[in-house]
Every structure is written in C-alpha cells, then in structure tokens.
Write a protein that binds this ligand. Sequence first.
Ligand code: AVJ
Length: 322
Amino acid sequence: MPQKTTTTFATAFEREVHEGLTAFPKYLSSKYFYDEVGDKLFQDIMAMPEYYLTDCEFNILQTNKTAIVDLFASDGEPFSLFELGAGDGKKTKVLIRHLVERNIRFDYRPIDISQNALDQLETALHKELPEVDINPLQGTYFDTLRDIGESNGRRKVILFLGSNIGNLLHPQAVEFLKNMRKVINKNDLIFMGFDQKKNPQTILDAYNDKAGITEAFNKNILARINKEMGGDFNLDNFLHWEVYDPQTGTAKSYLVSKVEQVAYIERLDLEVPFKRWETIHTEISQKYDDAVVQWLAGEAGLEIATSFSDEEESYKDYVFTK
Ligand code: AVJ
C-alpha cells in the first residue's frame, strides 16, 4: 500500500492557503488579493473618496516634486529608479514626468507581484512617456530585492509608496527594511510612504466603504481559491469586518463566517470547516507616527534623511539612507 506522503504544493499560494486554513485561528495573506480582478478592485478602492491615502500621497509628490527629484538626482549621474509594488504607477508618474522634463537620466524598474499590473503600466508609460527606459520585473518583494542588489553599478533610488509597508507586522517590517539596507550603497536612497495615525473613524471608513468595494476586495481571496484551486466557498456566507486599534495603530481585516459551514478545496483535497462567527484574518494595514518610523529605521540600521507630508500630517513619505 502506498503511504500517504506529505502533500506537495504546486504554488506558494496553494501552500499558504493550506497552512492558513488549517491553522487556528485561520488566516490568509493579503498578498493574494491581487489577480486581475483584485488589481481592478484596488484601483476602484484608490478612487473612492473614503480611501484618502492615494490622493494624499499624490498631492505630497505633486507639491514637493522639485525637492524630491533634487534628492534623487543629487550627484547628477544616471540612476536606477526601482519601485516595489508599482501597481498602476499613477503617483510615480508625477515624479517620472518631472524627471523627464528636467532631462535627468534614469531608468525605471517597476516591480510587482502582478504581471497584469506590470503589463498595463508598461503599455501606459510607452504611450504617455515614450522616452522613459522601463524594465519591469515580476515577483514578490523578497525575490526581487535580490535582483536589485545584483543590478548594474548605477546609483539606486528605491520607491515603496502607498504605505504598502503597512501590510507587515513590525518585526517583518524591520526584517524587510534590513533587506533593503543590504541592497543599497552609501549614496542610495529609499523613499517610502507611511500612513499616519489619525482620527480612528477616518481610518475605519477607508477600510469599510458603504459601496462594498473593500468587501469585494477582501473576498477576492476566496474567489481566487475557488477559481484557481477548485474551491467552493460561498462568498455570501462571509462578512467583511474591519477593526482599528488607535493605541497600536493597527487596522485589521477579517472575513467572518455567518453560518456553520464546510468549504471544500479540490486541488488541496481539503475540507475547511467553519463554526458560526469563526474568522479568517486576511490583512493588516498598520498606521504610524514619527516615533515608530524612527524606531523601525533604527532597528534596521537606516537613517531618516528627511520627510515630506501634507499639512494635516495624515500621511508621510520618508527618505532613508544607510
Ligand atoms: C495597498 C496595502 C496599502 O492596506 O491600505 C486597501 C490595501 N486593503 N483597502 C492598504 C488595502 C484594503 C492597501 N495597501
């Protein structure tokens, strides 16, 4: 009789779904929100009035583009502009356009987990700013940091916008910043967005819109399991739930099972039982203040060179050096 051996997984997504849905309490990683449908839903989120982060950072970049580009091009030599989690590049284009206007030599290397997002970005840039030398790279932040480290001898500027770092718990964020530190040299820069602590209601509203776009985004992870792994999750049996702790600055998203139910995932040959009101934790969106950013940078061996913010200080972009 053949023994049942340890299950092998075709993809990291399959492995992590198995791990998270057999754990207690259950969890899934927000990095799997982003397929073609998820990318579109996230664009819809960025366009909603409640989701202040995008407009806020867009305005910070627009208002400070001269000073920011001066920092990027500080030694007048050509540099490589890397961007982790580039998405649709809407905010980055503000800086890219300004670099082009000032005839500054650079190449743009957007990195994203979504090939779909990269293809759209490349097509859009070729059309809008054909003079830009663009080299997209698909992968997770962790794989691609290695590629950044091994890249050509140009000075490096690494963009990490949108408060994407907020998806990481502090220990992971420190680890991530340490890895970024490893791939940069003395004159290189890291330019990073951190959403700031603010009125808790503003934060809750940003992650719990009435139109249900964030709900659909959160549930897209189950939709992906259904599509890609032969799952039979009934999305209507789950509730999107958001909490924000103003003390720690952590916003957390959950999917809550409204009924007792068993889902089955064919590709994993896995039954997933839910008690009524049982949760799947799907995302954290951490909010920061100067003291916490200072602490994270210090733990990672980075220095804060400067920062840019809106008047309300509801969002900040920090410049880190080694
Ligand atoms: C893309 C990770 C910055 O956490 O604010 C938006 C994703 N989740 N609405 C965030 C998100 C729910 C977003 N980040």
